[in-house]
Structures are given as structure tokens and as C-alpha cells.
Design a protein around this ligand. Structure first.
Ligand SMILES: [Zn+2]
Length: 346
């Protein structure tokens, strides 16, 4: 590893009662970016004059038309899950506003990267450059979020595993990009976080302090090692996210990030012949629902998205992995159904 690369995440403060701190630097030039349903919960923590913007869409064209609303501010606070944090990053970047991020759940690692995951015609694009002054992780607030949003965060940890599998696969096939040559140190660090997640299953399940820290540390690694390694995504992302991006495009539905990502993770492991018992055990124990019906989907929709997955990966020029050589078969679909069903049977 090049010693010039430093792996330091964005400044993060963890603790209790952190919303109180926001009052000490918010004024008429501050705008909170959040979701309508969340504001009902958090409004009492702010005074009545607080400026609020509710997220409606992540489409670039829509966001661009909203820019004039932010010219009067100098500070933005993202309060919520992935969408609020991504939109906060976007306006902070486009309007040159100071940014503070306050995740209310662990649903996704968005808060730890510069880029904003916005959509161009329904396709995810990671653009922009935003560095928060600080990220606040409040244990009480995270713990009060519905469990499904926090369990969602395991998707952005498990993806390290399938990311590394794809990286090794591409290397073996001699298809790995020269700029992202296989790097054992990066891969090993990613896998260490996956192991920590599995080893701390009890705490992760309970979402106690240790469990939250385990997920946050992995998300810090994901976001931070991406930019610190020169925007190399190989050790943190692969087939599992590609599956999700395509599913989103095909169905035009909104997802809790970790549900389709975990489904894509199991698919990726199956394709790599590496869905081993430690993962089976983990999914059984955590009891995070990733069945299609929990995402308002049918198995038919999953099947259809599998049929177009290979084309999606090639058309979008995503980095080479198992998906590039994936040819749809009923066999793999049935295998996926069987393995998902097995998680939930007694
Ligand atoms: Zn993700």
C-alpha cells in the first residue's frame, strides 16, 4: 500500500443528547434537510423559526430546480436516513453551504462519502463533493429508529465480501482494471469488518452501543477507503449493489437500501459458490426481512431483474465481476428462492 494514503474518516461525534448541540450553531441562515415523517418526531427539538426542507425526489433535474431555495442559507443540516443525507450533500456542494450530518438510522453508508447518490433518469449516479464539518451519531436516536432501518446498514458491510469476491474473480480472469490492481491489504481490511459484523451478531441484533459501533466503523471504512484509495470501489462494492441498481431501474420502486443489497449479496455469494454457513447462520439470527414481499415486490419482479442484470452491468460499464459472465437460468433463480426461504423457516 502506498504510505501516502491515509485512511481517516470524516470527523464523527458519537454520544447522547447530540441534537441539543444543533441549537448552538443554528440560526436563520441554517436549513434542516429531512423527511416529512421524521420531522414530526424531531420538530420539538427545534424552535419554531427553524427552516426546513423536505426531501421529495433524488432526481438531478428536480434538485437543480430547487437550488434557488438554498441561496439564502449558509449552513445545511442533513437529518434522517440516506435520502436526506444525500440531498443535504447535494445542496451543500451545489450552493457552497457548510454541512453537518445527523443520521437518524444506520440504513446506508452515504454519510461517510463525498459524493451524493442522486438519480439521473432513475439510474444512480454518485456525484458532487461535500465534506461535513461533523457527523453526529446519537445512540438514543439511532436506537429509536425502526429496527429494519438499522439492520439495513448491514448491507453496506456485507457488500465488502462480494466486492472482494468480484475483485478476485476479475483478477483471475485477467479483466481487472490496471488502476484498481488487486490489493491484498485493502481486501483484508474490508473482510475484517465483515468478520467483525458476524462475530458481533448478538450486539448488532440488539443494536446496543457495541452493535452500532460495529456497523458505523464498517461504514466509515467503506466511505473513507473509497476516496482514500483513489476512488477504488473494488474492495467495497460489486454484484450485490449492481443487482440493486438494476432492480430499482426495472421496478421504479423505492427501497430501504439494505434489503435489495442483502438480497444481491446472497445472489452474489451463490454465483461465486461461496454462500457459506456463517452467512446462513447470520441471516437466520438477525431476522432482517429481505423477502420480496417485505419490499413490496414479487418473485416475478426479482426473476425479471435477474434476466436483465448482465445487460445492465455491461451497458453501464460497471466494473468487471461475476455479473459480466452471468447468464440467467431458472436454476440460479430457484436457488435464490430456496436460500431466501430457508432463512425464515423454523
Ligand atoms: Zn450501499
Amino acid at each position: 500500500m502506498n504510505n501516502l494514503n491515509k485512511f481517516t474518516p470524516f470527523q464523527t461525534i458519537v454520544g447522547y443528547n447530540l441534537l441539543e448541540e444543533l441549537k448552538n450553531f443554528s440560526n436563520s441562515k441554517t436549513c434542516i434537510i429531512t423527511m416529512k415523517d421524521l420531522w414530526k418526531i424531531f420538530k420539538p427539538n427545534f424552535n419554531n423559526e427553524t427552516n426546513v426542507y423536505f426531501v421529495i425526489s433524488l432526481e438531478e433535474e428536480f434538485l437543480e430546480n430547487e437550488i434557488s431555495k438554498f441561496i439564502k442559507y449558509d449552513t445545511i443540516i442533513g437529518l434522517g436516513g440516506g435520502q436526506a443525507l444525500d440531498v443535504a450533500k447535494y445542496f451543500s456542494w451545489r450552493c457552497n453551504l457548510k454541512l453537518f450530518q445527523f443520521p437518524t438510522s444506520l440504513s446506508v453508508d452515504a454519510v461517510f462519502g463525498h459524493r451524493s447518490g442522486i438519480r439521473k433518469n432513475n439510474i444512480v449516479n454518485y456525484i458532487g463533493w461535500a465534506i461535513p464539518e461533523c457527523i453526529f451519531i446519537d445512540y438514543d436516536i439511532i436506537q429509536s429508529a425502526p429496527k429494519i432501518y438499522n439492520y439495513s446498514g448491514i448491507g453496506d458491510v456485507l457488500c465488502f465480501y462480494t466486492g472482494v469476491l468480484d475483485w478476485k474473480y476479475a483478477t483471475k480472469k485477467n479483466k481487472c482494471e490496471k488502476k484498481w490492481k488487486y490489493n491484498d491489504e485493502l481486501a483484508a481490511k474490508s473482510l475484517k469488518h465483515v468478520n467483525e459484523l458476524l462475530d458481533n451478531i448478538e450486539d448488532v441484533k440488539k443494536l446496543n452501543k457495541k452493535g452500532i459501533n460495529t456497523i458505523v466503523k464498517a461504514h466509515q471504512w467503506g466511505g473513507n477507503s473509497f476516496f482514500s484509495s483513489g476512488w477504488n470501489p473494488r474492495h467495497i462494492e460489486g454484484i450485490e449493489h449492481f443487482f440493486f441498481y438494476n432492480l430499482e431501474l426495472q421496478t421504479k420502486k423505492k427501497f430501504i437500501h439494505g434489503q435489495p443489497v442483502c438480497l444481491g449479496f446472497i445472489l452474489g455469494c451463490l454465483l461465486h459458490n461461496d454462500y457459506n454457513n456463517k452467512f446462513k447462520k447470520f441471516f437466520k439470527e438477525i431476522n432482517f426481512d429481505i423477502r420480496p414481499e417485505s419490499m413490496n415486490l414479487t418473485w416475478d419482479e426479482i426473476q425479471n431483474s435477474l434476466k436483465s442484470l448482465n445487460k445492465f452491468i455491461i451497458d453501464n460499464n460497471l466494473w468487471y465481476g461475476i455479473g459480466n459472465d452471468f447468464i440467467y437460468s431458472d436454476d440460479i433463480f430457484n436457488k435464490l428462492v430456496k436460500n431466501i426461504n430457508e432463512i425464515y423457516e423454523e
